[in-house]
Ligand binder design. Structure first.
Ligand SMILES: [Fe+2]
Ligand SMILES: [Fe+2]
Length: 181
């Protein structure tokens, strides 16, 4: 049986590494130096093309099962699902702002910092709620059939950054993650 929960947890660890790289780049920006915009763009692109399209939908399938098995957590699960929509929108707005700055637009530094902070905090809080609250409950209450159904319904693709084949646009980011160890 596919270890869906193990995979989701591993994807959170990967995302935490990306957020650490992003935080370092934003510190550069904050201190008046030029960050590596392509690195930031790669992080946001990964969030949009992998996390939003393959990580969150897998979780949504888990949440749907959890609603039936454990109605007491419906509110938390609803909030997390709502987060998935908000995170996607937030990431898109932030990516757009970074692209504009990269192309020379004059955006107030505080505005960019605010967007970065919002993105980092929202992503971290969301993952914490899943790791500490919802995943342990899912582990306890979902049945083998539930997990098999989630695995069967989950759309899958090779992870373009952390999978066996690193896509060329993600190579510098991959090297940076290795470097930070
Ligand atoms: Fe999530
Ligand atoms: Fe997650």
């Amino acid at each position: 049986m596919t270890d869906i929960l193990g995979l989701l947890r591993e994807e959170h660890e990967n995302m935490a590494k990306l957020l650490a790289v992003l935080r370092r780049q934003i510190e550069e920006f904050e201190e008046g130096r030029t960050p590596d915009y392509q690195m930031i763009q790669a992080i946001l692109e990964y969030s949009l093309e992998y996390s939003d399209l393959y990580h969150h939908p897998k979780e949504d399938l888990v949440f749907a099962r959890l609603r039936e098995r454990m109605p007491a957590v419906i509110n938390t699960v609803n909030d997390l699902e709502e987060d998935h929509r908000k995170l996607a929108a937030r990431t898109r707005r932030f990516a757009e702002a970074i692209n504009n700055v990269y192309e020379g637009a004059e955006l107030p530094r505080e505005r960019v910092m605010q967007m970065a902070d919002d993105f980092l905090n929202a992503s971290e809080n969301h993952m914490r709620m899943e790791d500490e609250t919802i995943f342990p409950i899912a582990e306890k209450y979902l049945t083998d059939e539930d997990w098999a159904a989630v695995a069967a319904a989950a759309a899958d693709r090779e992870d373009p950054l952390f999978g066996p084949q690193v896509e060329s646009m993600y190579k510098p980011l991959h090297d940076e993650i290795d470097r930070l160890g």
